[in-house]
Design a protein around this ligand. Structure first.
Ligand SMILES: [Zn+2]
Length: 392
């Protein structure tokens, strides 16, 4: 389960951006995303996006979408054809630098386009007897992050979300990723002390409907205050943790223990294109390495922590843990078939590694080795609802 990645950045992995989030967006990402205005390119990218997901074994994903509705159509159609789970929403941006000009819309159009996307695609693969909240394809409201929209846009999104929340529509965005440029921009631009308040209907000038809830997922959360974590937990809002991306952009490391102890669900995200690995176990192995050497909040994650965040934790973040995420009786059969012998060094480590005489400990040791050493190459098949995913 990949709780955060960007469709329109999937051709811009490892883009040089000068080492800061805001500069990377301005110099590399906004121009790259603008190229999806060409429908032919978007179609090619949608097919490749689906085949990369299938190869990496990502059965469900929360995907930040393109600003261009035709590109979003291509993305959804490719997923429907392949049979992969998808939550996505058009990337909303109503303000930005010159480099983002092609991605901007008026505030009214931003709301109208999101509304149209929900009507067209939310639950599109189910018949009317099945709730949209159980469908393979579902839609989210996705402002890129607060600095890319105005207070009025966030208020209007809150009002729209109030209308569609009961149908299982999601909310997805970034939160507290970068301590320098991004958070300062939110504080100055919105006149708030807490970044989260901008998504929670608590901006100067009067209260508006909150965008937080059990179907709301915030990417990163590296620099949350204690009262922000408490509010995420209270509302059932989850964090998509993207350790490889955080290391690429130098934004710090999400404090694992503090976040978890606050009661917030942590899922894992690749954050393609700031992250460059599509394979969630590789992200989990990166999380282990990040947190064992995190000076603020050091913790050696165990194999169960890593496996949970990569699977059921992701399903919980999507408020779908009753539907998929493990192999419990009654759930839909989403799974990945792995053959460790396809990776020689992993095969050797599983065969030759020291194992405790205590069977329970030995099992944990083996699972840890598997999670740390598994590569995409070991995947023999990706299955959703028991059906093998076959990208075009
Ligand atoms: Zn992101």
């Amino acid at each position: 389960m990949d709780a955060h990645l960007h469709f329109p950045q999937s051709h811009a992995i490892d883009a040089y951006g000068g080492g800061s989030l805001m500069a990377w967006l301005d110099s590399a990402i906004f121009p790259a995303e603008s190229r999806l205005e060409r429908r032919e390119l978007a179609e090619v990218m949608a097919l490749s996006f689906v085949s990369r997901r299938a190869a990496a074994g990502t059965t469900a994903a929360m995907v930040v979408g393109s600003a261009f509705p035709a590109a979003q159509d291509a993305l959804v159609e490719a997923h429907l054809k392949a049979g992969l789970r998808l939550v996505t929403g058009r990337g909303i941006q109503t303000v930005g630098p010159v480099s983002a000009a092609a991605l901007l819309t008026s505030e009214d159009d931003a709301i109208a386009l999101s509304r149209a996307e929900i009507e067209r695609w939310h639950g599109a693969d189910t018949d009317p007897t099945v709730p949209a909240s159980r469908a393979l394809v579902q839609i989210a409201l996705v402002p890129r992050f607060s600095p890319s929209v105005t207070p009025a846009t966030l208020r209007a999104l809150g009002e729209l979300y109030d209308e569609v929340r009961a149908d299982g529509v999601y909310f997805h965005t970034h939160l507290n990723e970068d301590a320098s440029g991004e958070i300062a921009a939110v504080r100055e631009g919105f006149g708030v002390e807490r970044y989260l308040d901008t998504y929670d209907g608590r901006m100067p000038g009067g209260a508006s409907p909150s965008l937080l809830g059990r179907r709301s997922v915030m990417a990163h959360g590296v620099h949350c205050r204690d009262d922000e974590l408490a509010r995420l937990a209270e509302t059932g809002t989850s964090i998509a943790h993207c350790p490889l991306s955080q290391r690429f952009l130098g934004t710090g490391t999400m404090p694992w223990r503090r976040t978890l102890e606050a009661g917030v669900t942590i899922a894992l995200g690749t954050d393609i294109g700031a992250g460059d690995k599509w394979h969630i176990p590789t992200v989990a192995a990166g999380a282990y390495r990040s947190h064992v050497s995190d000076e603020r909040d050091p913790v050696a994650l165990g194999p169960a922590d890593l496996l949970f965040a990569a699977t059921l934790g992701g399903a919980r973040a999507l408020d779908q843990e009753e539907v998929f995420g493990n192999l419990d009786v009654g759930k839909e059969a989403d799974f990945v078939l792995v053959d460790p012998r396809r990776e020689q060094s992993l095969d050797l480590a599983l065969e030759g590694g020291e194992r405790s005489p205590d069977a329970h400990v030995a099992e944990r040791q083996e699972l840890f080795t598997l999670l740390m050493g598994m590569t995409e190459h070991t995947i023999r098949g990706t299955y959703v609802r028991g059906r093998r995913v076959t990208p075009a």
